[in-house]
Design a protein around this ligand. Structure first.
Ligand code: SAH
Length: 252
């Protein structure tokens, strides 16, 4: 890729380790956002904390595109697992992304972005293949070195696996059975939930910039979600996020 890769991560806790890995870093400020321009494994990147939620992350994505002319955007961080077979510590890769809180029915079908005809945004196929390879390589060769046995048992992680499927995003932390059931009823194929990806996907679509997304499952989007989320975020979130992002960049 000739242009730099943009990497967006929502929270401070998740982004700081990745930022510390950027070589020859140049910090640049646009509006209230900080961007770290430099190299990861010799490849040009711009890393930014997107902020939490659809508006914050869309704003950051727009600045990234406008000011840094990134050739593609990776959105990463932690997420809640929705489907039964996905567990805390697993990795989830988006094959499509939808905004679960977009609802202009009866003017437009539920979940469809008005006047776009789009409900499900598609990530770039090649980047997504590379994400799959990076995630496999991370779990196979690096995982045991960077995530300690103590951490695994504290978090109840057994043998992490990689899943691909539907990412659902919205301006809600999904942490009750009611919220979870609502999503599963309306979007039965949902694999994982977070608060930024599908919004960044819309910005990327409108700007003609390819995107892809991988997240680590921090919780199961249920009544225990806030406890699991905080524990995972503080213990393992940043380790997974930075290791997978680095591997991905190396493979581009
Ligand atoms: N406690 C945090 C707020 C976290 S909001 C703070 O004070 O800063 C949850 C963040 O993690 C969002 O960026 C979202 O993308 C992701 N996430 C993880 N689990 C989630 C879930 N169950 N529902 C929605 N978003 C989730």
């Amino acid at each position: 890729m000739n242009s730099p890769l943009g990497i967006l991560v929502p929270m401070q806790e998740e982004v700081e380790l990745l930022v510390s890995m950027v070589e020859q870093p140049e910090m640049m400020q646009w509006s209230s956002r900080s961007f770290y321009k430099g190299f990861l494994n010799g490849k040009r990147v711009v890393v930014a904390q997107s902020g939490i939620g659809k508006v914050a992350s869309s704003f950051t994505a727009s600045l990234l595109i406008q000011h840094f002319r990134v050739g593609a955007i990776l959105v990463t961080g932690v997420a809640g697992g929705i489907s039964d077979h996905i567990h805390v510590g697993d990795l989830a890769i988006a094959t499509q992304a939808v905004q679960h809180d977009m609802d202009c029915f009866p003017l437009f079908p539920k979940y469809m972005i008005p006047h776009s005809g789009i409900t499900f945004y598609e990530p770039d196929t090649k980047l997504t293949e590379t994400l799959n390879k990076a995630a496999s390589s991370f779990l196979q060769y690096e995982f045991q070195q960077v995530v300690s046995e103590d951490m695994l048992s504290a978090l109840g992680i057994h043998k992490p696996t990689i899943h691909s499927g539907l990412l659902v995003s919205g301006d809600q932390f999904i942490g009750t059975e009611n919220q979870l059931n609502e999503i599963q009823k309306g979007l039965p194929d949902s694999l994982f939930v977070e608060m930024e990806g599908a919004a960044v996907a819309q910005v990327c679509h409108d700007a003609g910039v390819p995107w892809c997304s991988i997240r680590t499952i921090s919780d199961k989007a249920n009544a225990k979600a806030h406890l699991d989320f905080n524990l995972f975020l503080n213990q393992a979130g940043k380790i997974y996020t930075s290791a997978v992002a680095r591997k991905f960049v190396e493979m581009l």
